[in-house]
Ligand binder design. Sequence first.
Ligand SMILES: Nc1ncnc2c1ncn2[C@@H]1O[C@H](COP(=O)(O)OP(=O)(O)OP(=O)(O)O)[C@@H](O)[C@H]1O
Ligand SMILES: [Mg+2]
Length: 502
Amino acid sequence: MTEHQIVTGDTLGVWFSDNLVGHLKRKSENIVDIAFSYSDEWLTHPGAFPISLTMPMSAREYGPETVYPWFMNLLPEGRALQIVGNVLKVAEIDVFAMIEEMGGDLPGALAIRRHADPVASYGHPPGVRRLTEAELADCIRLLPERPVLVGSEGVSMSMAGAQDKLPVIRMKGGQLALPLYGMPSTHILKPRNKKFRDSVPNEAYCMMLAKAVGLQVAPVSIGHAEDIDYLLVRRYDRVIDGGTIRRIHQEDLCQATGFPPYLKYEWNQEIQKHGPSLADCMGAIGRAPGGAMNRIRFFEAMLFNILTGNVDAHLKNYSLLIKSGGQIEFAPIYDVMNGDIYPGVTRNLAMKVADKQRGGHLHGRHWERFADENGLSPTHIKNRVAAISKSVLEKAPIVAEDMANTFGDAGVYQEIFKYVCDYCRRMLSNLKTTPDAEDTQTIAALPRLAPARPKKGKAADDLDVDAALKRINAAEEEAHKRRDEAKPEDDTPSSSRCPGEP
Ligand SMILES: Nc1ncnc2c1ncn2[C@@H]1O[C@H](COP(=O)(O)OP(=O)(O)OP(=O)(O)O)[C@@H](O)[C@H]1O
Ligand SMILES: [Mg+2]
């Protein structure tokens, strides 16, 4: 492959199916200087949608300050991006050139290619390559050197994120296949993360728990190729429609708030820069169509992340679906994993809530403050915190038992659900402390509830949580305190983040 030339005026077509949505253009020889404009046909298309909350439908041209970070957010991050650059012989910061090579299948509905004809630009119609188990295992083994198999014949796709992953198509009967020449993928395969033991059952458990408590979540399953475990996540931005795979558009909250991927945490210690805060996200979501409902769903997803110890819930781990006509829907939950079971992973949240960095430090008054700051009802918020905490507490042991029965590995699920139950009990306890009591007294800690199924017919709210809350267990509180002391509240999220930040 030859080195990419930077040619002023170079233009890529941005497509939704066979509709030309707009043009991505190099404005000068400065790599960052790229612009986006909607096509006339898209501006008058009855089913049109804006590609981002930051780029409403308009005949104007959007400049690099908006366009460069938005498109950069479609690419892998960190070390994976460096490797992609080496393979493609493209500067890591040359977003235009990366997208040109990898734009065949992207997060969301867009496909980006050099020329006007969406098929001819590959010289080949979209297709698939079915993989035997041995071929799949080979592809997975190749990922650390070839993120998303970049540079392989017919492969043009991209996925955000720092970890190894592979967009695939799950064929009828369950066989996996590689999407080629712009074919849409249907699933994301995430192999075991070598830095974090049991990452696959951990993430699967958290996702299944979200489903059990009634939150919208991307469906997952666990698979194996030879000796490799992987998580298979169904893409919520794809639907199968009469045998055809249709794309639905999405953007993550980094994109929706106009920030580059390296500012996905509220604070980046290495470059001493702030990313968006919770209030910034709530504001952006609230100003968009469907804002009231979407803000509640965002809050519930964030709360669930706190209750499951997913400290890595940064802004690229929340997304918005952008529907035809511009209606916005908060996307299902994805990428939830308990980081607390791993030593050396920070316990600080990716985004502070009411100025608190730790989920375990959130009390009733903090949720009130969070509600006030974001124009939400404090009573409603506290009721939801209680209801979701109780529901997670009820379901955590059941899901652990079900998963152990289905997948084996009972010890992993036991370990995680105990953490999760601890967080929930602590949240419920903290919810009840008044500001004065909280300032002057040790927080009442809670006895462990037996990890057994509740009696048949008992609803989540019927669980005898309140009675349990009254019994103070000083030993458990001590244990919490020791864990907090062992892992000091720090301001260095990017160096010790879970999972897999470079
Ligand atoms: N089920 C899904 N459907 C559609 N898109 C998804 C889904 N899951 C993840 N994505 C997209 O893929 C990106 C990467 O996925 P994911 O967050 O699971 O990977 P990761 O490498 O673990 O990320 P991180 O950098 O947070 O560790 C997400 O930011 C999101 O844009
Ligand atoms: Mg992620």
